[in-house]
Design a binder for this molecule. Structure first.
Ligand SMILES: [Zn+2]
Ligand SMILES: [Zn+2]
Length: 188
């Protein structure tokens, strides 16, 4: 949703496997940005809090004004739960589709090799992949989670000891919150 960042409509999760960071987060960030503007935005009837602010932040002022006109009028409303938000629902469906796509791709030797050697996932997506992956791969995914935890610890210690005024490294706080919420998901 940041201005000046090129938004790409990806066709497959395979396109993002060698990019830095979690491929699902990258895929869904662009997917969500596209659905907050243009023609897709005009179909929005219900929005959660988070996505209402997302619409307000996009660059397409005309489409955003139209979304809010719908919500302000009686034929649209704020969603009570994520499942009721038109954008959340699309993102959740797409996330599920892409996780299943990756599981299918793991049958290819080069993708299996990627998972063994260089894969990175955020915790929520690691948990979701782990739930669907073959048992032979769960140990590897646990290792990915563990190394993420270690990296996050280093980042937090660095931030505590030397918080930079220009907010470099502050992203660790958001990642820590995400990590903890996802951990609850693992235990449940
Ligand atoms: Zn992710
Ligand atoms: Zn939403």
């Amino acid at each position: 949703m940041r201005p000046h960042r090129q938004i790409v409509l990806h066709q497959s999760i395979a396109e993002l496997l060698h990019e830095p960071g979690c491929p699902f987060c990258r895929f869904l960030k662009d997917f969500q940005a596209i659905h907050l503007q243009g023609d897709s935005a005009r179909e929005i009837r219900r929005l959660c809090n988070f996505h209402a602010w997302g619409v307000a932040a996009v660059q397409d002022a005309q489409a955003a004004a139209e979304v809010f006109l719908t919500l302000v009028n009686e034929n649209g409303s704020m969603a009570d739960q994520r499942a009721d938000c038109d954008v959340c629902r699309k993102v959740i469906e797409e996330e599920d589709r892409r996780i299943r796509e990756l599981i299918t791709l793991l049958g290819k030797p080069e993708v299996a090799r990627w998972l063994r050697t260089e894969a990175v996932f955020c915790i929520p997506h690691a948990v979701k992949v782990r739930q669907k992956a073959p048992l032979t791969l769960t140990a590897r995914i646990d290792m990915i989670i563990q190394s993420y935890r270690e990296r996050l610890k280093d980042e937090l210690i660095q931030l505590r000891n030397d918080p930079s005024p220009d907010r470099t490294g502050w992203g660790a706080l958001g990642r820590a919150a995400e990590f903890l919420v996802a951990q609850r998901g693992i235990r449940a």
